[in-house]
Design a binder for this molecule. Structure first.
Ligand code: IVH
Length: 705
């Protein structure tokens, strides 16, 4: 279930980040569907983040989802629901702690992602307050601490309650735990009768790393980042555990206060210091946009060197009267904004380049790094994407490199610091052979990926290839589903397709497996035996050669008629000047890209060995033996348009192809028949214009009957 949710979520992230239809182009109905989808996702991620301390997406991905929801809500205010995630801060309190209600809600901050957004924030503030644009506004700039926000309530100067933010209105009572923090004053001198101080509890990078070492030693799950470690440590049922963890705090705001003795936020920070609260020493007071941005720049440069995680700069209007007048909108104050940092970049040494082979055979170069903390996470590996990327950036072993953890969680090497390159350094040579199976590795035509060609033998590709081999359109072996393939390959019972046909030798061992009896083993062996006779086109398709789907396999089978000829001709076609190569690429529907894939596969020795064994074990029927050649539509090009009543589109296509027709998606003067269902599109009109034969579904069925 979680996996399904995650897949959907990834899809949403893709929609939101990649495809983002402009909101102005959406109908209210489309907007509603997307809003509901986004709300569901945000609820799920809020839960994993705030209650389980186990975020499943990165902050930037979360921000993108939230931004999209807010943009949609702004464009369609009539669709905003009362329980929209935009109206909420965080998540409802987790079970297990007493619920407390905040006397003054704990708000969140709206985000600015670039300097234009910050300029907008200042301009809006000026407009709202009716100030002249020339008039400078005092702004307090504070680092935005990536921790857990808490509220501390003092009555008559005594700490009586400490709580988490929860959903902004209600939090969790974690008084006992907060009292364990040395940073938090338990008694304050000269405090107002009632005072609520708010701030961020965090763990330093150093303490986080030490805690995770300890977790590992105790065989306990390490924390994903310092924020989660801080949250997990604070929300412990046993305060002794909290006490054993090193937690710190920066104070930066207030909640209920019986009497506020200062007029500005800057003075309030000084008051916090006088009351012995730790405040962030980097905070400054600035007077105009450019100076705020300069501060942002300066802190961003310092960011990786700080011993605690920050994820942006918070700008706050200094004057408290103005803050009052500005008030709040939805869940955030109008008087503050969080200017987020982009993904963090850090320098480290690249120790080694290794090659990983994916399930589909792609060779991905991966850098082993001197471990370094980036964006709160210790990174020791980063993707180098592909060979071109290594060449373009001239990445070499022992280089000093800049690493970034971007929106996705896979860290990447951004660039090389060339003037720090060791003198004896040599360029990286991308391997010509797959490190997993030794088959040769080819770059696909027009693409950047380098792929292992040993599809039938490569352990990295084993599961995917075998799943395809036994699938419906291929060998169609019932009873050998994904689960079994995965288990059999893991245990080494099947390594390549040939082993499937020797499974009968292991029948007694198989029947002892969990959930298997003699009958199910017999059924499986029968299904395998039944598949020993197979048509040439299915056989070619089953090999799982890239770009060779069912129709291409059929074209090849038709051209070469039998397996022997097919293999011989492909072997000869290796020479691109040969007649065999010309013959191959002149098959209608096969271009040089398909030819490259075919040749790469069939000329790989490892694959050929398997092909030879399969041809000895199986009866691969010649094409003519199994195909209906006398058909009125054989060799004709047909196009389907509109919805058909009796057949699904896939069925209609399959049927037409099995009768020797070529099914095209567009009408041209090469089209022989256009079969028109109900509500046909422009294709029917075009057929009429070109004088192509137009048939109704019934007429077509009659013709092929
Ligand atoms: S002010 C009403 N200042 O960021 C505004 N928040 O995304 C109260 N945060 O909920 C927050 N550093 O948990 C403020 N210097 C800072 C902050 C800060 C971190 C957190 C806080 C807040 C969240 C908003």
């Amino acid at each position: 279930m979680k996996l399904v949710l995650l897949l959907i979520a990834c899809w949403v992230v893709l929609i939101v980040i990649e495809v983002k239809t402009p909101v102005t182009e959406l109908t209210p109905k489309e907007a509603l569907v997307e809003l509901e989808f986004l709300a569901e996702k945000l609820n799920f991620y809020d839960q994993t983040y705030y209650q389980d301390d186990n975020p499943e997406i990165t902050d930037s991905e979360y921000d993108a989802l939230r931004l999209r929801l807010e943009t949609l809500e702004a464009a369609f205010p009539e669709l905003v629901k009362l329980d929209s995630p935009s109206k909420r801060v965080g998540a409802a309190p987790a079970h297990g702690f007493k619920k407390i209600s905040h006397a003054v809600p704990m708000l969140s901050l709206s985000n600015a992602f670039n300097s234009d957004d910050v300029a907008d924030f200042i301009a809006k503030t000026q407009r709202f307050l009716g100030l002249n644009e020339e008039k400078s506004i005092e702004i307090v700039c504070e680092p935005k601490i990536d921790g857990l926000s808490v509220s501390l309530r003092y009555e008559k100067g005594i700490l009586i309650q400490g709580s988490t933010r929860g959903d902004g209105a209600n939090g969790e009572d974690i008084t006992k735990n907060l009292k364990c923090l040395a940073d938090i004053p338990k008694i304050i001198d000269n405090a107002p009768e009632i005072l609520e101080v708010r701030g961020e509890v965090y763990m330093t990078k150093q303490d986080f790393s030490a805690l995770n070492d300890l977790q590992k030693k105790r065989n306990q799950k390490p924390f994903a980042n310092p924020r989660n470690a801080a949250a997990g440590s604070l929300r412990q049922k046993n305060p002794n555990v909290t006490a054993s963890r090193k937690l710190q705090m920066f104070a930066y705001a207030w909640g209920e206060v019986s009497e506020m003795k200062v007029d500005t936020h800057w003075e309030f920070l000084k008051l916090l210091c006088a009351w012995k609260f730790p405040t962030n020493p980097l905070s400054v007071l600035r007077y105009k946009l450019e100076d705020c941005l300069e501060f942002y720049q300066k802190i961003e440069e310092k960011r990786s060197g700080l011993d605690y995680d920050i994820d942006g700069i918070v700008y706050k209007i200094n004057n408290l009267d103005w803050q009052d007048r500005l008030g709040q909108v939805s869940r955030s104050p109008r008087w503050a904004v969080a200017h987020k940092f982009p993904a963090e970049k850090v320098k480290t040494i690249l120790k080694e380049i290794t090659i990983q082979v994916g399930r589909t055979g792609t060779l991905t170069p991966v850098a082993t790094l001197d471990p370094v903390t980036v964006g709160g996470v210790v990174v020791s590996r980063a993707t180098l994407h592909n060979r071109n990327e290594i060449i373009r950036k001239d990445i070499r072993k022992n280089d000093s490199v800049i690493v970034q953890r971007a929106g996705d969680v896979i860290p990447q090497v951004l660039s090389v610091i060339l003037n720090e390159r060791p003198k004896n350094s040599i360029p990286y040579v991308f391997p010509k052979y797959c490190p997993e199976c030794g088959s040769h590795a080819d770059q696909e035509e027009g693409g950047v990926a380098i792929r292992c060609t040993g599809g039938l033998v490569c352990p990295a590709q084993r599961v995917e290839r075998l799943k395809h081999f036994v699938s419906r359109g291929a060998f169609d072996i019932e009873g050998l589903g994904t689960k079994h393939i995965e288990a059999f390959t893991k245990e080494g019972i099947i390594k390549n397709p040939v082993d499937i046909f020797f499974l009968s030798d292991s029948a007694s061992m198989l029947s002892k497996r969990d959930g298997w009896g003699q009958q199910s083993v017999k059924n499986l062996i029968d299904a395998i035996d039944k598949s020993r006779t197979i048509s040439l086109n299915r056989f070619i398709y089953s090999l799982g050669i890239r770009k060779v789907g069912q129709s291409t396999a059929r074209l090849l089978a038709k051209q070469y008629c039998n397996l022997q000829t097919f293999l011989e001709h492909l072997q000869m076609a290796k020479d691109r000047k040969s007649e065999s190569y010309n013959e191959l690429i002149s098959i209608d529907g096969i271009g040089s890209a398909v030819a490259d894939e075919l040749l790469g596969f069939c000329c790989e020795d490892n694959n050929r060995k398997i092909l030879t064994k399969l041809s000895e074990l199986l009866e691969v029927q010649d094409f003519q033996n199994v195909e209906i050649t006398i058909s009125p539509v054989s060799g004709k090009t047909v196009v389907f348009t509109g919805s058909l009543k009796k057949l699904s589109r896939a069925e209609a296509k399959n049927k037409a192809e099995s009768l020797g027709s070529r099914v095209a998606s567009n009408v041209s003067n090469k089209t022989d028949y256009v079969i028109v269902g109900s509500e046909p599109g422009s294709k029917a009109k075009k057929a009429q214009e070109l004088g192509v034969n137009i048939l109704s579904e019934e007429e077509w069925l009659e013709l092929i009957r």
